[in-house]
Design a protein around this ligand. Structure first.
Ligand code: KE4
Length: 430
C-alpha cells in the first residue's frame, strides 16, 4: 500500500503538532504504525491522501452512524452555511435540536449544548457538585469521560491505550475527589456508595463501557446503581457520549429502561460537527447559569452549523425501523466475525457487542471489566489491525476501543470486510 503522502504529512505534522495529531489515540502508537492522513470520506468509505480506500468501522469514534456525507446532513449544513457560521447569540436551530433531544431521551427535561463530550461531562459533574453541595465523584475503572482533570483517574480510551497511569498536571487535590471502582462490581459499588464519609456528589458511568473496549453492564449492575443513588441522594450521570442515539433513538437509558438524573451526549448528536450536551431533571438543570449559580459557558455552544447537522442526523435516525435494521445487521456481522476468530484463534478471542458497537478482544475472556480487558494481547491486536488496514478495512487503532456498524455499510461491504478478516486471521502468528 503506497503511503508516501501520509508519511510526508506526518513528518511535517510532528514538527508542528505534539505527536503530529490533535488527539493522542489517532497517532496509532499502540498498533505500531504511522497514521494515514484522510483526504475524504463518503458513505461507508474512507479515502486517504495516497488514494487508498477503506471500509470504515471507526466512524470517527462513533459519530458517523449514518455513514459519511449523508445527503440530508450535508444539505442541512450547506443551507445553514448560507446564513453565516457563528452568531454568539441564540438561534432557532438550537431550539430545534433541544426539542429533538428532550423528546428522544425520556430522562432529559432540559438540555444545554456545548462543543464536546468532555465539556458535557465536566459540566455535568460541576452541576452535580453544585446541586448536592458534595465533592466526591465516583467513576469506574476503564471508563473514559473525556480529559477534564476529574476524570483522568484509571480512565479508558487513550489513557489505557497509551498505558498512562493518570496524567501529570492533575493535582492530587483534584484527584482525591475522584474515586474509581471496578465496573460491574455491585459489592464494591454498594460498599462505596454507603460510606457516608465519602461525601459523594455523583456517580458517572458509561451505561455500556466503550473505552476499555466494549463491556456491557452485567445483569443488575445499572439497576443496583440506580436504586442506590436514588436512595442516597447521589446524582446518577449516564455518560451517553457513545451510546446516545447509538444503541437506540432513546440511547442506553431507553435500551435498558434505566433513567439517570443527568445524561451527557456528544458524537452522534453533532452529525460529525462539534457538539456535546448535558441534560436531565429540570430541578437539577435549573441550577445552571444564568437561571442558577452553577457556571458553564462556551463561545461556540449552539453553533448554527453544528445544530443543523445534529438535527438532520437525529431526524434521519428517527426513521421507523432504523435501529432494528442497524442492530440486526450488526448482530449478523458479529456472529460471522466471532466464528472466523474462533476458527483461526480458538480460545484466544472473545467478542463483546451491544447493538452496533463491538470489540473483538484478543483474550480468552470473558471480558467484564478493566482487569479482564487488560488481559488482551495488544501485540496480536496490533498485528491484526495492520493486516486489516493493508486489506482495506479501517478499525480503531487500539484494542480498547469500539468498532461501529453504520447504516451506510451495505451487505457487500460487510461481506468484503469478513473476507479480509479471515485473511488477516490466517496471517496472524499462532
Ligand atoms: P470528546 O471530548 O472527545 O468529544 O468526548 C469525550 C468522551 C466522553 N465520554 C465518552 C464515553 C467518550 O467515549 C468520549 C470520547 N471518546 C474517545 C474515543 N472512545 C474519543 C476519541 C479521542 O479521544 O480521540
Amino acid at each position: 500500500m503506497n503511503t508516501e503522502r501520509s508519511r510526508n504529512l506526518f513528518q511535517k505534522a510532528q514538527t508542528l503538532i505534539p505527536g503530529g495529531v490533535n488527539s493522542p489515540v489517532r497517532a496509532c502508537k499502540s498498533v505500531a504504525c504511522d497514521p494515514l492522513f484522510v483526504a475524504r470520506a463518503d458513505g461507508a468509505k474512507i479515502y486517504d491522501v495516497d488514494g487508498n480506500v477503506f471500509i470504515d468501522f471507526l466512524a470517527s469514534w462513533g459519530p458517523m452512524i449514518l455513514g459519511h456525507n449523508h445527503p440530508t446532513v450535508v444539505a442541512a449544513i450547506q443551507e445553514a452555511l448560507a446564513h453565516g457560521t457563528s452568531y454568539g447569540a441564540p438561534c432557532p436551530a438550537e431550539v430545534e435540536l433541544a426539542e429533538l433531544v428532550c423528546e428522544a431521551l425520556p430522562s432529559v427535561e432540559r438540555v444545554r449544548f456545548v462543543s464536546s463530550g468532555t465539556e458535557a461531562t465536566m459540566s455535568a459533574v460541576r452541576l452535580a457538585r453544585g446541586y448536592t453541595g458534595r465533592k466526591m465523584v465516583v467513576k469506574f475503572d476503564g471508563c473514559y469521560h473525556g480529559h477534564a482533570d476529574s476524570f483522568l483517574v484509571k480512565a479508558g480510551s487513550g489513557i489505557i491505550t497509551l498505558g498512562i497511569p493518570g496524567s501529570p498536571g492533575v493535582p492530587d487535590d483534584i484527584v482525591k475527589n475522584t474515586l474509581s471502582i471496578p465496573y460491574n462490581d455491585v459489592v464494591t459499588l454498594e460498599k462505596t456508595l454507603r460510606d457516608a464519609s465519602l461525601d459523594i456528589a455523583c456517580v458517572i458511568v458509561e451505561p455500556v463501557a466503550g473505552n476499555m473496549g466494549v463491556v456491557p453492564p452485567a445483569p443488575g449492575f445499572l439497576e443496583t446503581l440506580r436504586a442506590l443513588t436514588a436512595e442516597l441522594g447521589i446524582v446518577l450521570i449516564f455518560d451517553e457520549v457513545i451510546t446516545g442515539f447509538r444503541l437506540a433513538y432513546g440511547g442506553a437509558q431507553s435500551y435498558f429502561g434505566i433513567m439517570p438524573d443527568l445524561t451527557c451526549l456528544g458524537k452522534i448528536i453533532g452529525g460529525g460537527l462539534p457538539v456535546g450536551a448535558y441534560g436531565g431533571k429540570a430541578e437539577i438543570m435549573a441550577k445552571i447559569a444564568p437561571e442558577g449559580p452553577v457556571y458553564q459557558a462556551g463561545t461556540l455552544s449552539g453553533n448554527p452549523l453544528a445544530m443543523a447537522a445534529g438535527a438532520a442526523t437525529l431526524k434521519a435516525l428517527a426513521e421507523p425501523g432504523f435501529y432494528d435494521r442497524l442492530n440486526a445487521k450488526a448482530a449478523a456481522y458479529a456472529d460471522r466475525l466471532a466464528e472466523i476468530a474462533a476458527k483461526h484463534l480458538p480460545g484466544a478471542t472473545t467478542l463483546n457487542r451491544v447493538g452496533s458497537m463491538m470489540t473483538t478482544f484478543f483474550t480468552a475472556g470473558p471480558v467484564t471489566d478493566f482487569t479482564s480487558a487488560m488481559t488482551a494481547d495488544t501485540g496480536r491486536y496490533a498485528a491484526f489491525y495492520r493486516e486489516m488496514l493493508a486489506q482495506g478495512v479501517y478499525l480503531a487503532p487500539s484494542q480498547f476501543e469500539a468498532a461501529f456498524i453504520s447504516a451506510a455499510q451495505r451487505e457487500e461491504d460487510l461481506a468484503t470486510a469478513l473476507e479480509k478478516t479471515e485473511w488477516s486471521f490466517k496471517k496472524l502468528p499462532k
